[in-house]
Design a protein around this ligand. Structure first.
Ligand SMILES: [Fe+2]
Ligand SMILES: [Fe+2]
Length: 220
């Protein structure tokens, strides 16, 4: 096993051990500072926002994106928990690790803006683990389909946020654009791995759930 924090199915663990392990993962994702594997796409771009209201607005958007990435960690970890095939479990854990860059970059930008992540991060994580575990239990094809749909919806959010960023904020723009490119790749990979297209009502339920989260995390 690598030294990364992830869920290794260890039969010696009691259910309580597993719960604590999961809570630890969640707190790290929601409140911790993951170390990015790739350089921050904002590099030395300009992102100074003189206006306090504008800074707050951008921080609200980035906080939503950060919360979305916390939720993504929860979904992947939940899907890993109930995955049927070991390679799918490994793919879910790998996806979660790769998304760590997004968490780190959003966190960096929030710091620069003098703001903070969503206070409800642990809640976003816990709810997402549950939803991910249900998706995983439905079977690997559905789980991969769920992954593809999640990534597509995140891509949509990022597009919306890119349109709402102040023109002068090249730093946030570079980060969100790189995230969007990554999410498109993740969706394609999930479909290529055999993901099934989800039924319309499930997709709409997912949209609804993400709307609750994005609406709340902008402020909280
Ligand atoms: Fe992401
Ligand atoms: Fe992704």
């Amino acid at each position: 096993m690598s030294g990364m924090h992830e869920l290794a199915p260890d039969r010696r663990l009691t259910p309580l051990d597993r719960l604590l392990q999961q809570a630890d993962l969640g707190l790290r994702a929601a409140l911790g500072r993951p170390h990015a594997q790739r350089p921050n796409p904002a590099a030395d771009l300009d992102g100074h926002l003189a206006d306090a209201g504008e800074r707050r607005h951008v921080a609200g958007l980035i906080r939503v994106d950060h919360a979305g990435e916390v939720a993504a960690q929860g979904l992947y970890h939940g899907q890993a928990l109930t995955a049927r095939r070991p390679e799918i479990r490994e793919a879910m854990n790998r996806a979660a690790r790769e998304e760590g860059d997004h968490l780190a970059w959003c966190r960096d930008r929030l710091d620069e803006l003098g703001d903070r992540p969503s206070l409800l991060g642990p809640l976003w994580y816990a709810g997402s683990v549950l939803i991910g575990a249900i998706a995983g239990a439905a079977g690997d094809r559905w789980s991969l389909g769920f992954m593809a749909e999640t990534e597509r919806q995140v891509e949509g959010h990022l597009d919306d946020h890119l349109a709402r960023l102040p023109p002068g904020d090249a730093r946030s723009r570079a980060i969100l654009e790189q995230m969007k490119a990554d999410e498109i790749g993740h969706a394609e990979a999930a479909l290529a791995a055999g993901g099934s297209e989800l039924p319309g009502p499930v997709r709409r339920l997912m949209t609804l759930a993400s709307r609750v989260m994005t609406g709340t995390a902008y402020r909280l």
